[in-house]
Design a protein around this ligand. Structure first.
Ligand SMILES: C[S@@+](CC[C@H](N)C(=O)[O-])C[C@H]1O[C@@H](n2cnc3c(N)ncnc32)[C@H](O)[C@@H]1O
Length: 275
């Protein structure tokens, strides 16, 4: 089997950590995601995964976060037979294979060109799936994507790598391009950005973080038409019980009930009539 040599730095390197977490999880007896496609991809990649800076406890957090994103994305897919999905900053995540949407769903996996090149070598094509190698903040990104249907925007582990002004401009373009849509992403408070910058995967990648989201209402004020729906935390109560040791459960429960609960959390917004 030919192995793919990988040499990435900065934000693109961080996707190797989330991919690796899913591969490790798939081999666990109590696997959360059962992502065998991720495991096969890791087997094909020639890379020393210890370079990602992934700490053991971060692995399970990445996996339960993905599971919660899957659940929320599936709920939107269930409501719309015809939908455009923009999976922005998809990295090597295998969401489209995990959720297996019908071919009436136009699914776009979008990340930097070097990431998409690797994706194309690792993962099969499927009806309805397109891959675009581009920055997600490129002003012309949407030019070739039909804006005639509702959109689901999924951005997992991505906002923190974007410049604030570019991230907001990207959301404005999405709202102008599509008639209606749902946006699901994770956002980090100023304190969360401070912590992430100095630890684990982000530190190892050498990325410079900027976009802090302290008040979810601010995005709705900055992006005309965008409506804030909900903040949500991962792991949720069931995953906490099932996958975290007692001591870590207590720490996370205390954190989620404290003023620091916005260090990192999920956010859902909508515009138009879709929700
Ligand atoms: C932590 S990884 C998350 C990958 C994937 N969403 C997951 O959950 O496994 C961050 C991803 O964001 C991508 N990214 C960051 N800034 C980007 C940008 N401006 N344009 C395209 N992709 C970007 C990186 O290349 C990387 O794949």
């Amino acid at each position: 089997m030919d192995r793919e040599k990988v040499d990435l730095t900065g934000a693109p390197a961080t996707m190797l950590a989330t991919l690796y977490s899913k591969a490790v999880d798939s081999r666990a007896p109590d696997s959360v995601l059962h992502d065998e496609t991720a495991a096969r991809a890791v087997d094909r990649i020639e890379y020393d995964f210890s370079r990602t800076g992934l700490r053991e406890r971060d692995g399970i957090s990445a996996v339960v976060r993905s599971k919660e994103f899957d659940r929320r994305a599936q709920a939107v897919l269930d409501r719309h037979a015809e939908l455009t999905v923009l999976h922005l900053g998809c990295g090597l995540d295998t969401r489209v294979y995990r959720l297996d949407p019908p071919s009436t769903v136009a699914w776009y996996d979008i990340d930097y060109p070097e990431v998409i090149e690797l994706r194309r070598r690792l993962y099969p094509e499927r009806p309805g799936l397109r891959m675009i190698g581009s920055s997600v903040t490129d002003p012309v990104l949407l030019a070739d994507i039909p804006g005639d249907r509702p959109v689901l925007v999924i951005m997992e582990g991505v906002t923190l790598y974007l410049r604030t002004a570019e991230g907001l401009a990207t959301f404005r373009r999405v709202v102008e391009h599509f008639p209606a849509g749902t946006l699901i992403f994770d956002g980090y408070s100023s304190a969360g950005i401070w912590v992430q910058q100095r630890t684990g995967v982000v530190k190892a990648s050498g990325s410079r973080l900027e976009w802090a989201i302290d008040d979810p209402g601010e995005l709705a004020r900055e992006v005309p038409g965008l409506v804030f729906d909900q903040e949500w935390w991962f792991p949720g109560p069931a995953d906490l019980r099932a996958h975290y040791p007692w001591a870590q459960r207590q720490v996370l429960r205390a954190l989620f009930a404290s003023p620091f609960k916005r260090l990192g959390r999920g956010l859902t917004y909508h515009f138009g009539s879709a929700s």
